[in-house]
Write a protein that binds this ligand. Structure first.
Ligand SMILES: *Cc1c(COP(=O)(O)O)cnc(C)c1O
Length: 233
């Protein structure tokens, strides 16, 4: 028999806790986001029954479908690249945006937040590895980007997010996670009111243990938690 989602959640938490302990960290400051982009509403609900309280989607359609069925029992995270024309619908339906990566997007987010009379917690996405296929700012652009965000008073920069290059050898991702941690700490030390930047969104199914060892506070887990129902396509 395949393991249940609950068993996978328990196993994930154990691995996460061991990684945190190895790094001398507490486990309470690492949050698991179940990434449900590959799976059905039913599977997402099983994850919630198992104890998941954060759900991540990377497309507007998936977000709206899951949100309509599940509602506000969980915190919703948008983890995909966001086109400006989809901002209005996305931000009304989420608690956290992980992919803020350009001022034109910030401007649109600000405009919609003013209309909706809201504020939004955001991660600034950074392309630490420099891979051409990855979204995000270059590390040396991050300081000036965050300073420029001070103008958009509805946006709160809670941290930095990255995706490491895929590898079978998770250890190879360590330098990228270390680099993001350093950058995050440097910005946090500036104590910007609009950008406390205390959080790090990094680590996926194949590399989350290294990410936790290096300081992740949000890990984004799809495959090993809820599965990947489209894997056979
Ligand atoms: C799909 C996705 C994940 C989860 O990936 P898994 O390898 O299935 O855990 C995490 N972060 C982002 C940005 C994603 O698009």
């Amino acid at each position: 028999m395949n393991p249940t989602i609950e068993q996978q959640y328990v196993a994930l938490k154990e691995r996460m806790e061991r990684a945190a302990l190895r790094a001398g960290r507490g486990v309470d400051d690492v949050h698991i986001i179940a990434v449900t982009k590959y799976v059905s509403v039913q599977t997402a609900n099983e994850a919630i029954e198992a104890g998941v309280t954060h759900i991540g989607e990377n497309r507007l359609e998936g977000l709206l479908e899951k949100k309509a069925a599940i509602g506000n029992r969980v915190t919703w995270h948008f983890i995909g690249s966001l086109q400006s024309r989809k901002v209005k619908e996305v931000i009304g339906n989420i608690g956290v945006l992980h992919s803020l990566d350009r001022l034109s997007l910030a401007k649109e987010v600000q405009k919609r937040l003013v209309e909706q009379d809201g504020t939004l917690d955001c991660f600034v996405q950074v392309n630490v590895s420099g891979e051409a296929s990855k979204n995000g700012l270059a590390p040396d652009e991050v300081d000036s980007f965050i300073m420029a965000l001070a103008e958009y008073d509805r946006i709160r920069v809670i941290g930095l997010m990255t995706m490491a290059p895929y590898t079978e050898h998770a250890e190879e991702t360590r330098l990228h996670f270390k680099a993001l941690k350093q950058l995050q700490q440097r910005i946090a030390d500036k104590e910007y009111v609009h950008a406390p930047c205390t959080e790090l969104s990094m680590g996926m199914s194949n590399d989350f243990e290294v990410a936790v060892e290096e300081g992740a506070t949000y890990i984004r887990i799809g495959t090993i938690l809820v599965g990947n129902e489209q894997v056979s396509e």
